[in-house]
Design a protein around this ligand. Structure first.
Ligand SMILES: *Cc1c(COP(=O)(O)O)cnc(C)c1O
Length: 365
């Protein structure tokens, strides 16, 4: 049985006519940067999340970078985040000369543990950056309560959680600034790189729009040192088509995630815990096993692609050696990174494929 880790081909076939038309229209218009197509997408993204402003940008990484730049974070500043995430989260902090300060995770959600944030706050702390890992938001109310006490902005790394809800509100509209990624394999994926920044603060929105366009407020007048961080029109056109179908895909993701958890309930593997009042878009369907490496090899040998998100926490990465962390500093991130693995997940995974994957997991675990 042929199984893709993420079935982008099935998705393309499902919307092919609409996507092809949208792309050809952009080509015919020769408006490749900006324009009405981008404006329309930004309006739809804002409406979808409920945030006042959605600003398209070049990637999830740049969305995070722009959020930090908009808050003037730089040398001497500290930003609190999780070590159990993709490197981009902490990379952008370091890139601006600020210091990533890691805090361990909650063993149920794998997201930053709010109870550990307070002690990590110093006079230099400038922001808290929780990640909504695997498609489920962090405990945002608890994080906001701490942030409010210390008057700190919160940036949600929602690169995996676009479409997820927290207490009825959409991810990316939960904090000072929300960031997401449209990397092809994310829940809402473009056909190349892309991302978006969300905020309901008018001044921040204006600043972010300028920062991603070389800090220009009018042509060749540069108010800030910015970047080339624009979302191109072709990607905006494709994303507009896919966004219109996205609710249906989110429902499928939830069904497939719930079905995996049901089918794996009485096996030795640990299935994801979705907290009450949270929904997950299952950017990854990640299970834990003490025999992770053996299970992963066995599945791949039988034609089931799997992945590990993430095998080495950020505080143990060579690039962050200068921060001076050591093994044992974040025991939950470390032990979970040894046990975690992601099974194939997409709205197009069939029941037959899922049954096959589950039967193999049962057979080898
Ligand atoms: C994918 C991802 C990013 C980066 O997004 P890109 O669009 O690839 O730059 C950042 N943080 C997390 C948690 C991600 O999963």
């Amino acid at each position: 049985m042929k199984i893709n880790f993420i079935d982008l081909q099935a998705q393309y076939q499902a919307y092919k006519t609409e996507i092809d038309t949208a792309v050809l229209d952009v080509m015919a218009s020769t408006q490749f940067i900006g324009g009405e197509v981008l404006k329309k997408l930004e309006k739809s993204l804002a409406a979808y999340t409920g945030a006042k402003h959605a600003i398209g940008c070049s990637s999830g990484t740049d969305a995070l970078l722009l959020a930090l730049m908009a808050l003037d974070i730089g040398p001497g500043d500290e930003v609190i985040t999780t070590p159990f995430t993709f490197i981009a989260t902490a990379e952008v902090i370091a890139l601006l000369g600020a210091k990533p300060v890691f805090v361990d995770i909650d063993p149920q959600s794998y997201n930053i543990d709010p109870a550990l944030i307070e002690v990590a706050i110093t006079k230099r702390t400038r922001a808290i950056m929780p990640v909504s890992l695997y498609g489920q938001c962090a405990d945002m109310d608890a994080i906001h309560a701490i942030a409010a006490t210390h008057n700190l902005p919160v940036i949600e790394d929602g690169c995996q959680s676009f479409g997820a809800t927290y207490k009825g509100k959409k991810s990316c509209n939960l904090s000072t600034i929300g960031c997401t990624s449209f990397f092809p394999s994310k829940p809402l994926g473009a056909y190349g790189d892309g991302g978006a920044v969300f905020t309901s603060d008018d001044a921040l929105a204006t600043k972010i729009s300028m920062l991603l366009n070389h800090g220009q407020n009018e042509r060749y007048r540069h108010k800030y040192i910015g970047i080339n961080g624009r979302l191109d029109t072709m990607q905006a056109a494709i994303l507009s088509v896919k966004l219109a179908h996205f609710d249906g895909e989110v429902t499928k993701r939830e069904e497939i995630g719930a079905r995996y958890s049901h089918l794996l309930a009485d096996t030795p593997v640990v299935t994801p815990t979705i907290a009450p009042q949270h929904t997950s878009v299952y950017a990854q369907y990640s299970i834990r096993s003490k025999e992770r490496d053996a299970l992963s090899t066995a599945l791949q040998e039988r034609g089931v692609p799997v992945a590990v998100h993430y095998p080495l926490p950020l505080h143990l990465q060579e690039a962050f050696a200068y921060l001076g962390y050591k093994a044992g500093d974040f025991p939950l991130s470390e032990s979970i990174s040894r046990e975690i693995m992601s099974l194939p997940m997409s709205p197009y995974l069939t029941e037959a494929q899922q049954n096959y994957i589950v039967s193999l997991v049962k057979e080898v675990s």
